[in-house]
Ligand binder design. Structure first.
Ligand SMILES: [Zn+2]
Length: 459
């Protein structure tokens, strides 16, 4: 580990999971009391919703437990509606949930907008300063040093990991070369050669393109560029052992997978060779894993191994804050010592999306969790899969039908054994017994990164 001290940013001095979580609750509640009063002042959005939830004044919420019983007040769809209404009413898209004067909203980032109108993340000066601080912790954990050159090949266009990260790198002092994904692969390769960064920020698919195209574009393999650290985000892959091994092989670099920037959230993998989830780096500014049951929306006990839908609240966010924002992410928490780096704290894995949930005889299961098990069988399986349902989700008539593909060159005589082994492994890890069918390599259509894992075949 480059610098383990950075992971002790909360100052909580215990290695007992229950004590640690209790100390975090105290810290959270101290900040939340103020934040509840703050959003109560927002008469256009948050106050009416609190009133609707039966809250007559901020003092009605007397504890963290009271707070956790409140419904969610924001999600993607409500965020968009809030923007549209504020555009109509006030002539700006910052949202009715804007809790500061519009002139204090000095920075904007946005979601990609691939599934509709983009939703904006609005930052005040204070919000930006805290964002730089949280991102700075992650840069430090990834071994980035102030004074050195970093290279930015993420998309720059309003994406959080774009301009926001570049400004955070400048605040941190690690000179970003901001060519951006928009610059295109040949320019990125030439400018890396020219500026000699040790650290590269790029999505997994961009990293793969650089590997493939470097020999033709610059006449040498990417390894010759001297990149020692690759920081990825924005796509699955960064935490997958196969991807990390590929980056070690071709770049000679270690991979850090990072999420964060939105409403002071921040997580990053450690430098362990294996993936042990994402270390949570913003306990003092964020309550990102306020877990609820995805069906009943009742609060779940927060403890090691807990799985639930994450509600996100910024603890002191100033402009258009997340306040009980339903992220739709299903998280698994790990509380304790990381097997990879030894640090004690909270790690999390995103194991699915609330709207992807399947119910098989009362057992909740997420397609992404099944995919993860299938990927354990690479290269004997190709990694492609389909969950085939005879009725729309979430209820599944057991057994769950799972079609996978044999790996390239795997003889048909091995398939029955693979079917058995995969079913057995899914049973061990996910507590359900699927009916597995192995198909020939190439039998399942590929349609890019966002292939649907579920197929509904009406009888
Ligand atoms: Zn670790």
């Amino acid at each position: 580990m480059n610098d383990t001290n950075i992971l002790n940013y909360t100052g909580i001095d215990t290695r007992d999971p229950a004590e640690y979580l209790a100390a975090l609750d105290v810290l959270r509640w101290e900040k939340l009391k103020k934040q509840i009063r703050y959003v109560w002042g927002n008469e256009d959005y948050y106050r009416p919703r609190l009133l609707e939830a039966g809250i007559r004044s901020p003092e009605d919420i007397q504890s963290l437990a009271d707070f956790r019983r409140l419904p969610s007040f924001l999600d993607k769809a409500r965020h968009r509606d809030s923007q549209n209404e504020s555009l109509e009413r006030y002539g700006h898209p910052l949202g009715l949930h804007l809790t500061t004067a519009p002139e204090n909203a000095i920075h904007l980032a946005a979601t990609s907008g691939t599934t509709g109108t983009p939703t904006f993340y609005v930052f005040s000066k204070k919000d930006l300063d805290i964002t730089y601080k949280v991102l700075g912790r992650m840069f430090r954990l990834a071994g980035i040093r102030p004074g050195e050159t970093t290279f930015h090949a993420f998309g720059l266009s309003l994406w959080l990991a774009g301009i926001t990260y570049i400004q955070a790198l400048e605040a941190y002092g690690a000179r970003p070369v901001a060519v951006g994904a928009e610059g295109g692969v040949p320019k990125i390769l030439r400018y890396i050669e020219l500026t000699r960064p040790r650290v590269l920020f790029a999505t997994p698919s961009m990293a793969n393109q650089l590997i493939e195209r470097a020999p033709n574009e610059i006449g040498k393999p990417v390894r010759a560029l001297g990149i020692e650290t690759l920081v990825v985000c924005g796509e699955p892959g960064g935490s997958q052992p196969a991807f990390r091994a590929r980056i070690r092989e071709h770049f000679g670099a270690q991979t850090f997978d990072m999420t964060g920037g939105a409403w002071h959230n921040g997580t990053i993998t450690c430098d362990s060779k294996d993936a042990h989830g994402m270390h949570y780096m913003a306990e003092d500014y964020c309550f990102r894993y306020d877990l609820v049951d995805p069906e009943t929306k009742t609060p779940l006990e927060i403890k090691d191994g807990a799985v639930g839908e994450a509600i996100h609240t910024g603890l002191e966010y100033e402009a258009a804050p997340a306040f009980r924002n339903a992220t739709g992410d299903i998280l698994r928490l790990h509380v304790g010592e990381c097997p990879g780096c030894g640090h004690f704290g909270v790690r999390m894995e995103i194991i699915g999306r609330a709207d992807d949930m399947l119910m098989v005889k009362g057992v909740k299961v997420y397609p992404a969790a099944i995919q993860k098990v299938v990927h354990e069988f690479l290269p004997r399986l190709s990694g492609e899969l389909r969950i085939r349902l005879d009725a729309p989700p979430p209820r599944v008539n057991p057994p769950l039908q799972l079609a996978v593909e044999a790996g390239e060159g795997i003889a048909a005589s091995e398939w029955p054994e693979l079917e058995k082994a995969l079913a057995q492994r899914i049973r061990e890890l996910l507590a359900l017994r699927p009916a597995v069918t192995v198909l020939p390599f190439g039998a399942l259509p590929r349609s890019g990164a966002k292939t649907k894992l579920i197929e509904v075949i009406q009888p």
